[in-house]
Ligand binder design. Structure first.
Ligand code: GDP
Ligand code: IMO
Ligand code: MG
Length: 426
């Protein structure tokens, strides 16, 4: 089977974009299947830097079909803005190389407003969402009141569909003492944007079926990470979609997700609130943040940094359906004298070899560490496994042992080609 699915094995920002762009050289189709413009994927190709949110990371390569699948929630204004930015950077984006699933739900301005208002109301217990309306849009999808991409092709029935959604939202707003939403205004802006989106709209499942019949290679690109999965993550500090590989099938209308790669940072980061057992609030955490430029691509927020958590990644290997890891940002650890790996948790006098489901326990667990010597040599840009220092290899081998998954590739800088292929893929 030629397909590959790429997902994040931690709390997002593992370097999925870089890996998808690198793998896309050999792919014919690149498809996003969940999330929305909460994602932020940075690609570095020579002296060009591309920041993608909704568009699949294959878009920068010529001759590839990029698909935004039905499992993605689409803000049409954000999509057009991103297309405009990329065109400004010389990237060709047209209905020839971009297909937007006609049955994908839309994010409307009201979703962003609700997302931000709820966060404010949560105060200290806020989730730390990206404020992009992701959660409220997914709620409308499962509440069966979402507007979808295909609805933009029928302006005459937009009003009726919107009224259906607003019946729910305005009742809530009334209860909160807030002003109701104006359907006329929303219909006008949707009618205005519709002709700019509909040329890209089409059937995702049919495109993928054709690709399969033609023996094309499909790369499924996940957003966020397994620990942000709404079922398997650190609930409620999660995103509102399934980020595991199984959703590549549901989120596009195929059943051929192929080999699953879990993109895994050589240490751990998290942006937003929620449990993070190996978080470092000391100088080492600062060093990782500075050397790794750990600031969010979407919100610019500082990412929290910590040691590699082998308990968490081992769990992600199982729940996410990972066949292999792709280890990224190993170069960020170059200066450290010693490196630690979390091998178990302790809480309330009990040892855990997994992350318990209870959010109270998740917040309490303390890491048990194993310490290894650092390599204290620059590996930035290394492209051959045999050029890695012995202690870096020992660290990789120990991570493989502890997580139960082997590394299919290792990334040593943001640059596309600074990647070591360990196991042949595609
Ligand atoms: P994504 O959301 O998983 O696609 O990851 P992001 O793009 O949000 O964050 C990863 C950041 O690390 C980006 O700025 C990448 O350019 C950068 N990056 C990716 N791989 C490496 C690597 O191996 N080494 C270093 N130093 N940076 C990397
Ligand atoms: P990529 O694809 C890291 C986090 C937010 C917040 C939680 C819920 O770049 O890896 P949401 O806006 O989705 O309702 O926020 O999820 N989050 C991410 N963290 N990388 C991402 O995407 C993220 N997308 C959402 O910070 O904690
Ligand atoms: Mg990111």
């Amino acid at each position: 089977m030629a397909n590959i699915t790429v997902i994040g094995a931690q709390w997002g920002d593992e370097g999925k974009g870089k890996v998808v762009d690198w793998l896309a050289e050999k792919a014919d189709v690149v498809a996003r299947f969940q999330g929305g413009h909460n994602a932020g994927h940075t690609l570095v190709i020579g002296n060009q830097v591309y920041k993608l949110h909704l568009l699949p990371s294959g878009i920068v390569r010529k001759g590839k079909l990029s698909i935004i699948g039905n499992g993605v929630v689409i803000d049409p204004w954000a999509l057009l803005e991103e297309i405009g930015t990329l065109r400004g950077q010389g990237v060709e984006v047209s209905p020839e190389n971009l297909l937007v699933s006609e049955n994908a739900p839309l994010i409307l301005p009201l979703h962003g407003a609700i997302d931000r208002a709820l966060e404010e109301a949560r105060g200290a217990s806020k989730i730390g969402t990206t404020g992009r309306g992701i959660g409220p849009a997914y709620e409308d999808k499962v509440g069966r009141r979402a507007l979808r991409v295909c609805d933009l092709a029928h302006p005459e029935t937009l009003r009726q569909k919107l009224d259906n959604a607003l019946m729910y939202h305005n009742a809530l707003l009334k209860g909160l003492g807030a002003a109701p939403l104006d359907a006329d205004e929303l219909v006008a802006s949707l009618t205005e944007i519709a002709p700019k989106i509909t040329p890209y709209a089409g059937s995702c499942w049919q495109a993928l079926d054709r690709a399969r019949n033609d023996n094309k290679k499909v790369l499924f690109e996940g957003a966020q990470g397994i620990m942000l999965d709404v079922d398997h993550g650190t609930y409620p500090f999660v995103t509102s979609s399934n980020t595991v590989a199984a959703n590549a099938a549901t989120g596009t209308g195929t059943s051929k997700a192929g080999t699953v790669l879990g993109i895994t940072k050589a240490y751990t980061t998290r942006v937003g609130s929620g449990p993070f057992p190996t978080e470092l609030t000391d100088d080492i955490g600062e060093t990782l943040g500075q050397r790794g430029h750990e600031f969010g691509t979407t919100t610019g927020r500082k990412r929290r940094c910590g040691w590699f958590d082998a308990v968490q990644v081992r769990q992600a290997v199982k729940t996410g359906g990972l066949d292999h890891l792709v280890l990224t940002k190993l170069d960020v650890m170059d200066t450290l004298g010693e490196v630690k790996i979390c091998i178990a948790y302790e809480a309330r006098g009990k040892k855990y070899d997994y992350l318990p489901a209870s959010s109270d326990l998740q917040a309490e667990v303390k890491p048990v560490y194993e310490t290894l010597p650092g390599w204290q040599k620059s590996i930035q840009g290394v492209r051959a496994f045999e050029d890695l220092p012995e202690n870096a290899v020992k660290y990789i081998r120990r991570l493989e042992e502890l997580t139960g998954a082997t590394c299919a590739a290792i990334s040593t800088s943001p640059e596309r080609e600074d990647t070591i292929l360990v196991k042949s893929l595609f």
